[in-house]
Design a protein around this ligand. Structure first.
Ligand code: CU
Length: 143
């Protein structure tokens, strides 16, 4: 049965950023990225998004159970069920530009330790709203 892990960091902040005067971005629909795991790779192994994108990963396996651990945003670590057992979905906001490694976190065979990929978060031109977001971001106002 599919498990959903939602690293909701910053979802509230997103709503705050979407409203100010300049641009009217509708509340962001997540960018859906399908990733297939099989011994011993992820396809795609490179995922590129723009800073601030809410990403929904839909992870499936073409063979045995694998893991998906993202070192960086969201502290994500999930088990991808084996072939034909559905997907696992993970949602996070790509808040900080940078390159992050993801890797298999379930020992799946001889090539397990090579089973990794890269999430690239490209910086967006910083406007006042973006700067503001970083200043208020980590503290998270009490709601
Ligand atoms: Cu593995």
């Amino acid at each position: 049965m599919p498990r959903t892990s939602v690293a909701a960091l910053g979802i509230l902040l997103l709503a705050a950023v979407a409203s100010p005067s300049g641009r009217q971005n509708p509340p962001a629909a997540p960018k859906i990225v399908h990733v297939v795991a099989e011994r011993f790779s992820f396809t795609p192994s490179e995922i590129t998004v723009e800073e601030g994108t809410v990403v929904e990963l839909r992870l499936t396996s073409d063979d045995t159970a694998h893991g998906f651990r993202l070192l960086g945003p969201g502290d994500i670590n999930v088990v991808i069920p084996k072939r034909r057992r559905g997907d696992v979905r993970v949602t996070f906001e790509a808040k900080e530009p940078g390159r992050y490694t993801f890797e298999c976190s379930q020992v799946c065979g001889a090539g397990h330790s090579f089973m990794r990929g890269t999430l690239r978060v490209n910086a967006r031109e910083a406007g006042p709203a973006a700067r503001n977001r970083y200043e208020t971001g980590e503290r998270g106002g009490g709601s």
